[in-house]
Design a protein around this ligand. Structure first.
Ligand SMILES: Cc1cc2nc3c(=O)[nH]c(=O)nc-3n(C[C@H](O)[C@H](O)[C@H](O)COP(=O)(O)O)c2cc1C
Ligand SMILES: CC(C)CC(=O)C(=O)O
Length: 385
């Protein structure tokens, strides 16, 4: 790969990377963002990178990991480190899942087909967005084909629609596709205010793309983004309704308050994805990693807690697991991988994260994920925690 000579101090110079000549020289997730930014239409780049209002939470998510240190143990490691996790009967070869992100065809021609293949190759779980630009049935078929003898796990992210017939039709599509869990996003009573999108007048897909899960949902709907209804009147009663209308495990995505975590468990949900939507809904909410200890304490082992937001390094993953997360999700990193080099790019992002997690586990003196305990995480010097 034609990469310019490194700086004397070895610092990465993302602007020097040429994605056309090989991915093996891409060594960090951040380099993928730099290449994606160069390649993408700036309006689409803004849609992906941006968050709501002042983007305080977007920055906080990443900064939160930086304010934590790892304190390793010594002389107790293992040459064989099993990174796999089992969630609701589905296996992931590593504790890094693909969080749901919309509109993959905006960044690569194959869209979510490429993502599904990358997930299957990595043996990890993909959460398909309800707003995907490839129908969930096709995404599932692509994952199965790519997995060969493997058994890929696909979950479906759902925005509960106030018209329950629409919700019923969406659940049927996800169930028929073989999705193994529903991830219900509950942090969007209204759409977040992304001022980049407003300035760019970006409020719909180009005419050649659609939200395919919404196409012909019950009639001749075209699959417009505007078909997705967000309602501030959704309530726990809707969760109860959902519980009665599906046998699939239900995770809630976007619960942040520990009290809501307790209520969710009382309503029979199966898992929680601690998420602030990558800073795209309410701005100035805390970093998810900062909330994790109190959240895990509230859940008290009743259901698995997953986390997403700002995960860019294996050390971030290990910190989250040590503080009680069962697994983490990545959103933007996968989109940067897709934008850089489609399926191969997303695969490389997942490989890098896997290698970094394994390396960090080894350096922490851990034999596997079970050895990652809260005592390994400390406030970084100078942090006020
Ligand atoms: C471009 C983009 C699209 C997203 N689309 C969805 C979506 O359709 N449904 C959803 O629940 N969350 C969506 N999210 C939020 C992600 O699932 C996830 O919570 C967030 O990206 C995690 O933060 P990270 O990007 O820092 O990894 C989206 C995020 C991005 C960046
Ligand atoms: C279609 C959108 C609502 C997808 C989304 O959740 C996001 O862009 O953050």
């Amino acid at each position: 790969m034609s990469v310019a000579a490194p700086e004397a101090n070895g610092a990465a110079r993302p602007e020097a990377f040429d994605p056309g000549s090989g991915l093996e020289a891409m060594l960090t997730v951040r380099e993928f963002e730099a290449v994606a930014q160069r390649k993408l239409d700036p309006v689409h780049y803004d849609y992906i990178a941006g968050g709501s209002r002042d983007e305080v939470t977007v920055r906080a998510n990443e900064d939160g990991f930086g304010r934590l240190s790892l304190l390793p143990r010594v002389l107790r490691g293992s040459a064989q480190r099993d990174l796999s996790v089992t969630l609701f009967g589905g296996q992931s070869s590593m504790p890094v899942l693909i969080s749901p992100t919309a509109f993959h065809r905006l960044v690569c021609a194959e869209g979510e087909i490429a993502t599904a293949r990358a997930a299957a190759r990595a043996g990890t779980i993909m959460i398909a967005s309800m707003a995907s630009t490839v129908a969930v049935g096709e995404v599932a078929a692509a994952a199965r084909a790519a997995a060969g003898d493997g058994d890929p796990t696909l979950w479906f992210q759902l925005y509960l629609q106030p018209d329950m017939d629409d919700t019923t039709a969406l659940i049927a599509r996800a169930t028929d596709a073989g999705c193994r869990a529903l991830v219900v996003t509950v942090d969007s009573p209204v759409l977040g205010a992304n001022e980049r999108n407003q300035r760019n007048n970006f409020d719909d897909l180009p005419p050649e793309m659609a939200c395919e899960n919404l196409r012909n949902l019950r009639g001749d709907e075209p699959g417009n983004v505007r078909q997705i209804a967000m309602s501030p009147e959704l309530s726990w009663e809707h969760i109860d309704w959902l519980r009665e209308h599906t046998r699939l495990p239900i995770l809630l995505k976007g619960v942040l308050h520990p009290e809501d975590a307790r209520i969710a468990i009382a309503h029979g949900i199966d898992g929680l994805l601690l998420s602030n939507h990558g800073g795209r809904q309410l701005d100035t909410v805390p970093a998810t990693i900062d909330l994790l200890p109190e959240f895990v304490a509230a859940v008290d082992g009743s259901v698995p807690v997953l986390l997403d937001g700002g995960v860019r390094r294996g050390t971030d993953v290990v910190k989250a697991l040590a503080l009680g997360a069962a697994a983490v999700g990545v959103g933007r990193p996968i989109v940067w991988g897709l934008a850089t080099a489609g399926e191969e790019g997303a695969t490389r992002v997942l490989e890098l994260l896997r290698d970094e997690v394994d390396h960090t586990v080894a350096l922490c003196g851990a034999r596997g994920l079970a050895d990652l305990t809260p005592d390994l995480v400390r406030p970084a010097a100078g942090s006020r925690r």
